[in-house]
Design a protein around this ligand. Structure first.
Ligand SMILES: *Cc1c(COP(=O)(O)O)cnc(C)c1O
Length: 380
């Protein structure tokens, strides 16, 4: 635990621990919820910041065979880590000029518009073999996918999908994390109507939130992301997932100041009493948002250590007056994400969602991976 004593930390300012055991438990729990639907994994943004090279092989060993990323570049980065049995799908679609690269790499594009369908169909004709694809339809979010009008054009045009092997028809919900939203069944109905006009293929709707809602939202394949990484799938409800991420920051200076002392950039805080302070080696360049200035906290055990003044680029000053004198010394670690301060709590303090905190955690931390011992003896 003591970062200062770890040989391999190379003097990093914080330690990010990724618990693959918990990740696999979360995958299994979601797969059990989804069954008999298949359970894919969304590993875009480098597995929500945790690292695809670490996360994806553990998921493959847990039985996952379907991986979603946002960009083709992410798919190419992921491919070496998942073997040949698993499929990779690119959610953001097929960009002009990248069709051959996508096909040659055996990546499955999500076709989000008629131009993309046409480009893929033309490539299939040119290479004289069927090319696999997912078709996304927009059921009411206006982000990605074919509109109702485009679906009509597609189904009226003879041979519009010629040479395209339809792996999946999918959509995405605007309010999947709101279990009681009346908009979810509305989108479901619109999606099923659009899918019925298309050639028969397996269907997919659900992100983490909609997987938790269950029922007709599961269809043939679910696509959870954030819940795999330990974030609760439904806003405002108890979090049933196992925590995957722990973040600790190193204390790099401690001091005691009298009343009337300016603290941090801009002197936005002036001590109104004698205070004990500790500076930690994590800042906004590590994805700890500057808007947590004077709002957020770190923890030592269950003791809350408020952020004093502004968050700097590489450091944060904490008010550690609540700890006994000498309780924190140079090289000690404090908790930023862990049992006392969840991702949800940090996000609430920062006025954002856990996704943004998780995906922003940055590259400067030392990383420790706890192995997925729960796989041992289960998968050869
Ligand atoms: C990101 C994404 C997901 C995963 O969403 P979570 O809320 O993280 O589970 C699923 N489907 C699509 C289309 C996405 O963009």
């Amino acid at each position: 635990m003591d970062l200062a004593r770890r040989k391999d930390d190379r003097g990093a300012g914080g330690l990010l621990t990724i618990d693959l055991h918990a990740l696999v438990e979360n995958y299994r729990a979601l797969a059990a919820l989804a069954a008999p639907a298949r359970c894919a994994a969304v590993v875009k943004a480098d597995a929500y910041g945790l690292g695809v090279a670490t996360v994806a092989p553990a998921l493959v060993r847990a039985g996952c065979r379907d991986f979603f990323v946002a960009h083709l570049s992410e798919a190419l980065d992921l491919a070496p880590h998942i073997g040949t049995e698993a499929e990779i799908y690119v959610l953001n679609g097929l960009q002009p000029g990248s069709e051959s690269l996508c096909a040659e790499a055996g990546i499955v594009p999500v076709l989000n518009g008629l131009e993309q369908v046409a480009a893929w169909r033309e490539l299939a004709a040119r290479v004289d073999r069927a090319l696999p694809a997912v078709l996304q339809v927009d059921s009411g979010m206006s982000r990605l996918g074919l509109s109702t009008g485009e679906v009509e054009v597609l189904t009226e045009g003879e041979g519009s999908l010629a040479g395209i092997e339809l792996r999946l028809v999918m959509t995405h919900l605007a309010c999947g994390d709101e279990a009681d939203s009346a908009y979810n069944p509305e989108q479901l109905a619109r999606f099923l109507d659009l899918a019925a006009r298309l050639p028969k293929a397996p269907l997919s709707i659900a992100n983490s939130g909609a997987t938790a809602i269950g029922g007709d939202f599961r269809q043939d394949l679910v696509r959870p992301g954030v819940a795999l990484y330990g974030v609760g799938p439904t806003a405002g409800r108890a979090n049933p997932m196992k925590p995957v991420v722990r973040l600790e920051a190193r204390v790099i200076q401690t001091r005691a100041v009298p009343a009337g002392t300016p603290i941090g950039y801009g002197c936005t805080l002036v001590s109104d009493r004698p205070m004990r302070l500790a500076t930690i080696a994590v800042g906004y360049a590590d994805g700890w948002p500057r808007c947590l200035s004077g709002v957020g906290a770190a923890y030592k055990g269950s003791v809350r250590l408020p952020i004093a003044g502004r968050v700097s680029m590489d450091s944060i000053i904490l008010d550690v007056s609540g700890l006994p004198e000498g309780a924190l010394t140079l090289g000690d670690m404090v908790e930023l994400i862990g049992p006392n301060q969840t991702l949800e709590m940090v996000a609430a303090d920062a006025g954002t969602i856990p996704y943004e905190i998780l995906t922003g955690l940055g590259r400067r931390y030392a990383r420790r991976v706890l192995s997925a011992s729960n796989l041992d003896g289960i998968v050869p």
